[in-house]
Design a protein around this ligand. Structure first.
Ligand code: HGY
Ligand code: MN
Ligand code: MN
Length: 412
């Protein structure tokens, strides 16, 4: 029996329309969480769902959903989705492709009039990328969002509360987005790989085995502002030099002692920030990642030791603040099997592989079995305007998501 497939023409038109929302060409995609462009994309999502005759819902964490109820009103729900927010100057496929594929899956199930044992829900989670918090919407839905996290969000508390206000969200209401875990049968996420493996091996579908964990910190170094022209080089407490020493020291540590891990300093701000003043303060946005939780702890400790040693060497005070920790998680064998079977059914090559990037799926794993479908990223590029996945690869992924969702709605 030929498997149900998506409406590729409608899907392609929707992908082009969605890609344009927040796209500024040279600068890439600027659809950061709770921005105007993000709100435009979310309105577009609801409108497309309504146009297909699907009921929609927005919860108190701003998660946006399109629903296909099951015949039995007490049926649990299989969630499908990802995130419409992007990093600054990002790409058009990260997250957005997963939301569009989920929308197309629920539209096709609805149109085909399939009677499934589970309700289906295409969901767009709020602030996955961490403009403010990181996986905010999925943490609110699973109930793992804590007041400690909200007290020290990666993007700054004032900025987060301001964004909430503009978006009509309130911190107090976030907790009401929590779902009874017994109502969630599972979570399926389609995502671009964001790395080079599938393209290099010429494989069409990635069946994700596990998702890397992440420990994020802000590191603040304090030295002394001095005249850059008159202060002897050996008499400076230069926070900028300390920051550079930490960046290089962390890279050296990870490449020498943690081969399967990564670390990144994605932002450095120096103050007062003038040509002719020795920097008194440096703030570093630092993260590190591992597929194993114990290793992540050892890695994070080793990195903070390097930071403290370099601060001491450069006669700087140091403050290190933990601003987020995402646990590495395995995907569920049943979900992996359904994805592999769907790829097989569509005659698509597929391979099991880990995810180097973090995803909402690793948060949903706290309450339900999860799985991820990867499609190839051209050149392995992501979080950049050149991020690209071919239309055929997108359609392949959506068809696999459709097949896996139908199978899981009968077996989970
Ligand atoms: O950082 C990540 O891995 C994801 O893009 N939020
Ligand atoms: Mn993503
Ligand atoms: Mn991303």
């Amino acid at each position: 029996m030929t498997p149900l497939t998506i409406d590729a023409e409608r899907f392609a038109a929707d992908l082009a329309a969605l890609n344009a929302i927040g796209w500024d060409g040279d600068g890439g995609l600027n659809r950061t969480a709770l921005s105007d462009a993000h709100a435009d994309a979310r309105r577009w999502f609801l409108a497309r769902a309504n146009a297909a005759g699907l009921p929609t819902r927005v919860d108190s964490a701003g998660n946006h959903s399109a629903l296909v109820p099951a015949a039995d009103p007490a049926a649990r729900t299989l969630l499908l989705g990802s995130h419409l927010d992007s990093v600054p100057h990002g790409g058009r496929f990260d997250g957005a492709l997963g939301v569009l594929c989920a929308l197309e899956v629920v539209r096709r199930v609805h149109e085909a009039g399939l009677e499934l044992a589970l309700a289906l829900e295409a969901i767009d989670f709020t602030d996955e990328e961490g403009e403010y918090l990181g996986t905010l919407g999925s943490e609110a839905l699973t109930g793992v969002l804590t007041s400690e996290r909200l007290a020290a969000p990666r993007g700054g508390r004032e900025a987060m509360l301001g964004a909430f206000q503009r978006a009509g969200l309130t911190e107090a209401e976030l907790v009401h987005a929590r779902r009874d875990p017994h109502t969630v049968a599972g979570f399926l996420e389609l995502h671009i790989e964001q790395g080079p493996a599938l393209e290099r091996s010429g494989t069409q579908i990635g069946v994700v085995t596990g998702i890397r964990g992440n420990a994020s910190f802000t590191v603040t170094l304090t030295g002394a502002a001095r005249h850059a022209g008159t202060t002897p080089m050996d008499a400076r407490r230069d926070a900028g030099v300390g920051a550079a020493a930490i960046i290089l020291g962390v890279r050296e540590l990870v490449m020498r002692d943690f081969p399967g891990c990564v670390a990144n300093v994605g932002d450095v701000t120096l103050q007062p920030g003038a040509f002719n003043v020795v920097p008194a303060r440096a703030r570093l946005a630092l993260e590190c990642r591992s597929l194993d939780d114990d290793e992540l702890t050892v890695l994070a400790d080793a990195i903070t030791t390097v930071a403290r040693d370099q601060a001491a060497r450069h006669d700087l005070e140091i403050a290190i603040e933990d601003v987020g920790r995402w646990t590495p998680v395995p995907t569920d064998a049943r979900v992996r099997a359904a994805i592999s079977a769907a790829a097989q059914e569509h005659g698509l090559s597929h391979v099991e592989m880990p995810s180097g990037a973090g995803h909402d799926a690793q948060v949903l794993a706290e309450i339900a079995p999860v799985g991820m479908v990867f499609v190839p990223s051209v050149g392995g590029i992501s979080h950049h305007r050149d991020e690209f996945t071919s239309l055929q690869d997108c359609v392949n992924g959506a068809n696999v998501l459709l097949g896996a969702a139908i199978a899981l709605a009968r077996t989970l």
